[in-house]
Write a protein that binds this ligand. Sequence first.
Ligand code: HEM
Length: 169
Amino acid sequence: MQSLQDKASEWSGVKREDAFAIDEVNLFQKLGLQTFVNLSTKFYNRVYDDDEEWFRSIFGNSKKEDAIQNQYEFFVQRMGGPPLYSQRKGHPALIGRHRPFPVTHRAAERWLHHMQLALDETPDIDADSKDRMIKFFRHTAFFLVAGDEMKNQNLQTQCKHGIQQSAAP
Ligand code: HEM
């Protein structure tokens, strides 16, 4: 059976080793905290202003300020900085934390569209860092899509099982 990582590589078009090239350089040391704050602020400003209501509404139950903080703290921690996210919220467990949301192929592409533009609008991020980050984001986005599909399959299995059980005498 194909692993979630394999599906992420296939769907994103990003090989696993390219996705984790973020670990070859300490991007936090290179870019600094404020760059990550700026990136997440630009990203979520775009998301909360998105003309595409179907995408904007996925974030409807989150406060923008909280979403920004959650995101940049995770990025800082994942890209070589202090574990700000885990100190405040525990293990990132990204698939589990995205469980309430419809993380479809289309949603991943929209998320990545906004992130690409946010990266382009953040001049402190040099071309090499940007390339590493976008590959990591692309692979992770489709890893989350694979997790979402697994969730939906599990629900279907449970549902069928439930029907069989209730039909039994
Ligand atoms: C694929 C499309 C994606 C969708 C539709 C999506 C959607 C969401 C939503 C609705 C939230 C809640 C906002 C909040 O309260 O923080 C969230 C949180 C978060 N997302 Fe995503 N996301 C996607 C991709 C990603 C990717 C690629 C990453 C990492 C590279 C990521 C990392 C996070 C993190 C760290 C949080 C905070 C989780 C928490 O503390 O509860 N997401 N996402």
